[in-house]
Design a protein around this ligand. Sequence first.
Ligand SMILES: [Zn+2]
Length: 416
Amino acid sequence: MSPRHFCVFSISLAALLCASHSWAQSPPEQTDEAQTSDSSADTDSSRVEHTSHTAPSERAAAVVQQAREENWSTHQLLVYLELDDADECLDFSDRTRLRERHARWSEAVLLLDLIDPDALDAWFLGRREPPRIVQQEMQLQLECLLEGLVGAVDQQSYNIRLFPNISGQFGGRFRTASELADAVASQPYWRNRAVRALRRSIFRDFGSQGYIWHRKFVFSGNAFNKISERAAHKCGLTPGAVWQPNSNHHRRCWFNSLSKEQREREILSASAGPGLSRHHWGTDVDVLGINPNLFVEGAVLHDDWRWLDDHGLDYGFFQTYRDVEYDGYAHMNEPWHWSYYPIAQALWDFARHHPDRIEALLFEQWDRLQRAWGPAGGPYFDHLRQHWHDYVFNIYVPPIDSRPAPMEVAPRSPLP
Ligand SMILES: [Zn+2]
């Protein structure tokens, strides 16, 4: 199969994935609508010319058969799909490109499920490192995003600070934000240093997420999250202040006034349950800092956030958790948490179509943790067992169809 044939196949498969998610069980008949519905977004006419007459489901079946016979690894599949093709910043300011990249990753997830479902489960749950090609694309795009942010320090319309504590950076070399901005704007050396200092590790595995959950549940270690209105009201605490495990007042409240399910809800305001963190996927990153007070209007990082909010999606990033009214539970506004749309949403879409399978996996993992932690402090996951889907699916997803392509891109046919 030539790469060009494959492009058409890719888009068609993605269309099928979005349309029904059921072809694996009962392959639908190939229709011209399936070929054209999604590829109408594709302005590359060379792809249309090379439309093959073989049904996508047959071709997908051929890929799956070959992969099984040759015992492909996830890496081999992704190489076959040419998803290792990103070697310079992918520019998604034209949202068509973002949709296409997402479609290609959606197809990869679908095929991986057919070829090696255990590998897909392990990736989703954080039981193994994300595929190397996922990590490479994410690292590349994150670096591009940070270069964009750092490069905007001398823009009049934003008052970008980069670091909440300037004097704590670079051995006290800079005393004010404008000193740092001057150096970064004029010297590539400092620009690179700033990007490197802002870069964060991306992947967090299941074990680490389990550790975080347990630590908060038994109320030990560093201060965490924000005290909810509900808990504050019950205990005479200040809503919005952080939980302090070394405060006796806070400890009494946590253990004597909150039920175990209420403790879960407090943790869930800013932490995902083990198996449910988007950080497991290798597609999500916390940038700049995780103190919400630094991002509010007038605070030091507000304009950094504003720049990310205005431009993040041009690099493929969006803010997953934000103040939106949801039906049910949700994590709190997290202006530091950014998701790489093409890959993260491919996994998320997959989970949305397979909630029963995800639930069975999660319950098995939580049972295992509960046995390891012992019965004394638990149960640890009762609220999550009932409401995990709220926390996963009540997220903000940007409408990537709504923004017109920028003017410098070749004109396309006008809308009807
Ligand atoms: Zn995060």
